[in-house]
Design a protein around this ligand. Structure first.
Ligand code: ANZ
Ligand code: ZN
Length: 847
């Protein structure tokens, strides 16, 4: 018996595909289809999540190819970033070597998966050919006013004397030095993404093929709100300030104001600190702690009473405090504190003994919970207390709108729409990133590098033995002639946030070797990405930045109009999970064990006999020791097994649990399909009555598998393929009919298990490759079910059923019913008292 040998078959077909250059994306008269999976970070090895992600993309790509599309399915590497520098610091190697070695390993692991990728378009974002074009794009954006310089707050490690990324700040301390991190203001580059906030928000409504939850996350991130900007007059002018401008999104709660708070970096606070050593010390002190939102949220609320007061338009005065929780780069850098309705303000008021003043009570309950601040609900009606705009019973939103109108009428302030979205600070004080292509000249200021001098290459001769950015301490790299006046000048040593690299790679894939960032003709042909696939962890920043870049590229002439929304359809896949096996350590801490170390049926650790707890299906991670290496699976069963398994068991958007038994069952099934094909090839049964039924079942299979793939319900497609395999196995149809059905089965399986499908296709004499053979089409006539199943009731109880032609005449149904064995038994030779046929529904027999 010829056993299916995946290990021999898979490389054979991969070589054949390569030889025929099947997956090279070509511009021709066919309609195009661009499918893209979020490109990987070259961390070292591929994991099973990658396999699931790329298999999904490959199913779509191969399916579309069969449907007659010219498919673009590229792959690249998101290759800049911190881990390479960390590895260099740990091992003394070079980030570049580490990165390219990892890429080689991962490419080597990906190729055996048999993905239909156009490898001629591969690039890594750390290739100078790529980042040089990114620099060109940056310069065009600079000219268009889409990127600019502004002061921004960074995490500063005072011991290592270096800027830290947010993830390098752990519990407010530098990850290497352990020193308390300070906030420091530096001049940084920023992309003007907030200038497009309105459009980025509004266009979300047109992204019909995006998951609703992703659109919602983006909407919240952009965070549009209408509020009030209002001036509180200083009782006594101070340092040239007549008043303080505040911003609030809850003007409805103005009655509850009990203090004014300004940021430590507020101009008034700075002026006061210049004369007040205590305030200066306070400001320095609160600058400690990271810049992350989490750090700010967690930090204890602290304040300094300036002694100044403002006039409250509702009567009396309010004290002015400097507070650590007020940010300078949001709103106006000043607020009115409303302790009754804002938790931060309440914490602050408790600590410093400031009044808590209610502004409303609920409709059905006028007592209030004292311990928590509770903001008036926007959509629910409440009863207001002495509301400034005269509102009595109204929702929060109604009160907000009324108060803005009132404040405008009274000349106290003006309504203002505000977005939470800030401009995107892109400067990173790191080596392993794309150099920002500008030069600082004493005479000319900030001067863009000339385009003909791009790429500004990273120097190779750097070391990581001391903290900080090696570009800063490189002996010669910084020294250049000013591109404008030619005098000695200094290069910018900051590099770009790695999110920049991934914000336009999809456009670069359309012309990866162009001497400009893109080629408009190619971009016009291939854009948009028809199907984008990736993890939901990128739902916010990556997608938002890409949407911004697409707009910026249209504006700077690097993408054609109409590609502002670059991803037509988005699919976010679930994770691959696996149980974890845990025992308790001596301090009660969890100790994880590798699957091979435990006896799962006895629930013990093999070596020690300790009882294990099995944590059901959690995300795979090294620390939980529940990682399955896809390469082991491929070595054991072949790529087709891994591919089929990762998409078979659960809907693609859900998490999927990897089990060794499941993988083995898949391998067995695929071998069975191969055996079935061999049997069918040898069979010689003549054509017969069963042929028609098999033809119908084949049409059904085509229909349902196609729908499954089109609808991203790969698990349903797979389920149908199992069923159809059984049908074909049991069918008594003639050899010719079975061969035809088997070829269709191979075609329908090809997107998922391309190697096995190719093997069967060629065994059965299919023409060319299965992947390029036209996708089978179901004859609609065969999809119509022309029989019905009628239940037979005897004396009101269901006893049997009849399968009859849909258009069978009543007399025929009656005759068939009377011949039914159950009816014959019940009648025992007598005539029925009644025989009622409800056509298409039921047969009732009364005896
Ligand atoms: C009074 C008030 C009463 C506020 C209340 C909230 C609740 P969102 O909605 O996220 O945009 N705020 C304004 N500028 C700030 C700054 N620079 N630093 C820290 N907080 C600031 O947040 C807007 C609210 O955040 C504003 O509305 C203001 O507090 C605060 F029951 O004003 B609110
Ligand atoms: Zn100059």
């Amino acid at each position: 018996m010829d056993r299916y040998d995946a290990a021999a078959t898979e490389p054979k077909w991969q070589a054949e595909w390569d030889g025929a250059d099947l997956f090279r994306a070509t511009r021709d008269e066919r309609p195009k289809y661009y499918v893209l999976e979020m490109f990987p970070y070259p961390s070292g090895r591929i994991h099973i999540g990658h396999v699931r992600n790329y298999t999904m993309g490959d199913v779509i790509a191969r399916y579309k190819m069969s449907c007659g599309f010219s498919v673009l399915h590229p792959m690249g590497w998101d290759a800049f970033g911190m881990p390479a520098e960390n590895a260099a610091m740990a091992s003394g190697g070079h980030p570049k070597d580490w990165t390219y070695q990892n890429i080689d390993v991962m490419r080597g692991q990906m190729k055996p998966l048999g993905l239909s990728i156009d490898w001629s378009r591969e690039f890594a974002t750390c290739d100078p050919e790529y980042y040089g074009q990114q620099q060109a794009l940056f310069l065009d954006m600079l000219e268009a006013g889409l990127v600019y310089r502004k002061p921004a707050v960074v995490n500063w490690d005072p011991v290592d004397m270096t800027v830290l990324a947010n993830e390098q700040v752990i519990d407010g301390k530098g990850w290497r030095s352990g020193a308390e991190v300070e906030r420091k203001e530096l001049v940084q580059w920023a992309f003007a993404i907030s200038s497009m906030a309105e459009d980025l928000l509004e266009s979300l409504g047109r992204l019909d093929d995006w998951p609703e939850k992703v659109r919602l996350m983006q909407e919240n991130w952009i965070g549009k709100s209408r509020g009030l900007e209002m001036t509180f007059k200083l009782t006594e002018p101070a340092h040239g300030h007549a008043g303080i401008d505040i911003y609030t999104t809850r003007p409805d709660t103005l009655r509850g104001a009990s203090f004014i708070a300004i940021a430590p970096e507020h101009p008034l606070a700075k002026a006061l600190a210049a004369e007040d050593a205590d305030l200066a010390a306070f400001s320095t002190e609160v600058r400690k702690g990271g810049t992350t939102e989490e750090a700010l949220e967690k930090a204890e609320k602290r304040g300094y009473d300036t002694g100044l007061t403002v006039d409250n338009p509702l009567g009396g005065t309010l004290p002015v405090w400097v507070a650590n929780f007020v940010l300078m780069d949001y709103g106006t850098g000043a607020i009115f504190g409303c302790p009754a309705h804002d938790q931060r303000d309440l914490d602050f008021a408790r600590k410093y003994g400031l009044p808590v003043i209610d502004t409303f009570v609920a409709m059905d309950d006028d007592s209030r919970v004292e311990t928590e601040a509770f903001v008036p609900p926007k959509t629910e009606k409440v009863r207001w207390i002495d509301q400034p705009a005269g509102v009595e019973v109204a929702t929060g939103q109604e009160a907000i709108d009324a108060t803005i109108d009132w404040a405008e009428r009274e000349g106290l302030g003006r309504g203002r729409t505000q977005f939470r979205l800030r401009d995107w600070g892109l400067s990173r004080q790191r080596y392993w990133g794309c150099p920002i292509p500008v030069v600082h000249c004493d005479a000319c200021g900030v001067v863009p590098e000339k385009k003909e001098n791009l790429p500004v290459r990273l120097p190779d001769d750097v070391t990581f033995d001391v903290p900080g950015n090696p570009l800063d301490r490189h002996p010669t790299w910084r020294d250049v002639a000013c591109p404008s006046c030619g005098k000695p000048a200094k290069r910018e040593t900051d590099t770009m946030d790695t999110f920049v690299d991934s914000s336009w790679y999809f456009a670069r894939f359309t012309a990866p070797h162009a001497k400009t960032p893109t080629n408009l003709d190619d971009a016009a042909y291939w854009m948009n990405v028809d199907q984008y696939i990736g993890g939901v962890e990128h739902a916010i920043l990556h997608l938002l930045y890409s949407r911004f870049f697409a707009r910026a590229m249209v504006r700077t002439g690097h993408l054609p109009k109409g590609t502002e929304e670059p991803f037509d359809a988005l699919f976010t896949q679930g994770m691959v999970t696996h149980p974890a096996y845990v025992t308790k350590g001596d301090k009660g801490q969890p100790v994880y064990h590798l699957p091979e170390e435990v006896d799962i049926s006895a629930k013990t650790v093999k070596a020690t006999g300790e009882t294990i707890e099995i944590v059901p299906a959690i995300k795979m991670s090294k620390s939980k020791k529940n990682v399955v290496d896809p390469m082991d699976i491929i070595a054991q069963y072949g790529a087709d097994t891994a591919r089929w398994f990762v998409i078979s068991d659960s809907p693609p958007e859900r998490d999927f649990e990897w089990t060794p038994e499941g993988a083995e069952a898949v391998a067995k099934h695929l071998a069975r399909v191969h055996r079935l094909a061999s049997d069918i090839l040898r069979a010689d049964r003549p054509a017969n009555d069963a042929d028609k039924e098999l033809e119908k079942q084949t049409a059904r299979a085509i229909h349902e598998v196609t729908q499954g793939i089109e609808g991203f319900a790969f698990n349903k497609a797979v389920a149908k393929l199992y069923e159809f395999t059984n049908t074909l196995h049991r069918s008594d149809a003639g050899a010719e009919a079975r061969r035809t059905a088997m070829k269709v089965l191979a075609q329908l399986m090809a997107p998922m298990v391309p190697h096995l499908a190719e093997e069967i296709w060629s065994m059965l004499g299919g023409e060319g490759f299965v992947v390029t053979a036209p996708w089978p089409v179901a004859d609609p006539a065969l999809l119509v079910d022309d029989t019905v199943t009628l239940p037979i009731q005897i004396n009101g109880k269901r006893r049997s059923e009849l399968v009859v032609a849909k258009d069978a005449p009543k007399s025929e149904v009656e005759a068939l019913a009377l011949a039914d064995p159950a009816v014959v038994r019940a009648l025992d030779g007598a005539q029925p008292k009644k025989l009622i046929v409800v056509p298409g529904r039921i047969v009732n027999v009364v005896v």
